[in-house]
Design a protein around this ligand. Sequence first.
Ligand SMILES: NC(=O)c1ccc[n+]([C@@H]2O[C@H](COP(=O)([O-])OP(=O)(O)OC[C@H]3O[C@@H](n4cnc5c(N)ncnc54)[C@H](OP(=O)(O)O)[C@@H]3O)[C@@H](O)[C@H]2O)c1
Length: 282
Amino acid sequence: MRTLVFGATGNIGARVTERLIVRGQRPVVFVRDTKKAKALFGSRVDLRPGDLEQPVSLAPALDGIDEVFLVTDRPGLEEKDRAVALAAKAAGVRHVVKLSTLDVHSGIGTGPWHARGEAAVRDSGVAFTFVQPAGFMLNAFGWAQSIRERGVLRSSTGEGKIAFIHPDDIADVAVEALINRDHDGESLVITGPRALTYGEMAETIGRAIGKRVRFEALSDQQASAGVVRWAGKGPYADALVDIWRAVREGRLDTVTDGVQQVLGRRPITFDQWAEENADAFQ
Ligand SMILES: NC(=O)c1ccc[n+]([C@@H]2O[C@H](COP(=O)([O-])OP(=O)(O)OC[C@H]3O[C@@H](n4cnc5c(N)ncnc54)[C@H](OP(=O)(O)O)[C@@H]3O)[C@@H](O)[C@H]2O)c1
């Protein structure tokens, strides 16, 4: 079995690649930065250099590939999904597992981009599975500097809740879909075990580092000014502010038993994630 992993130098793709290696595969990774990939995986993978912005790099990368793990990002991701799905179909790939989002169901934030991406994959005729996670626990790293320097988590999410999911759960579900093929044609909606307010997550991080972490509410305007400082103005920054508003309004507090259904075990808690990553916050 030869699996081509997109986004292999990113959060979820790297975990998927490592898991495939543990399962005895030699994954093929589609990367624009081969140095970064070599630093991560050494000689345990085959490198196929390419860039999703240059669709001509897809056909050679997909040659001889059975399965694809697909990660695309940012506005316009549906065009990348379409290009990969069509090239995969033409290359005789048997199955594409796309990292999508739970928000395709709410239409919030990046949901519409991924909904169009899913439609493009479906329309290509290739067999597919969509992994639809809630927000990532990893997003909490965005609070690290403020927690380290001022002991505060600032956000426009108010008292709203969200069931962030551990990246290992996402990767485990994706690998299960890739290897066992029991979920072809399905959308796997996966969340963490419990919806929490950002104030509760601040307390959890505080417990993990042995210091009090306060929650401070921001307005949408303040949150927008903050995100524009690192992401620039535009649809990506707008999507993030939309997501935080939807959390505040109680529109993103979905909890599913998707991880239990696919993996036969409970999803990992935010407490565990905070303990594993305490160093980043102190
Ligand atoms: N964060 C959340 O809460 C959340 C929730 C649900 C769904 N999602 C979805 O999860 C996905 C992001 O996953 P992630 O966090 O694992 O991603 P990530 O860590 O941001 O990594 C993105 C990966 O894509 C690669 N990449 C970017 N542009 C590329 C291009 N033009 N050609 C080839 N490779 C390219 C990057 O390569 P380089 O190393 O070269 O940059 C990197 O490996 C997005 O689709 C997002 O919408 C996120």
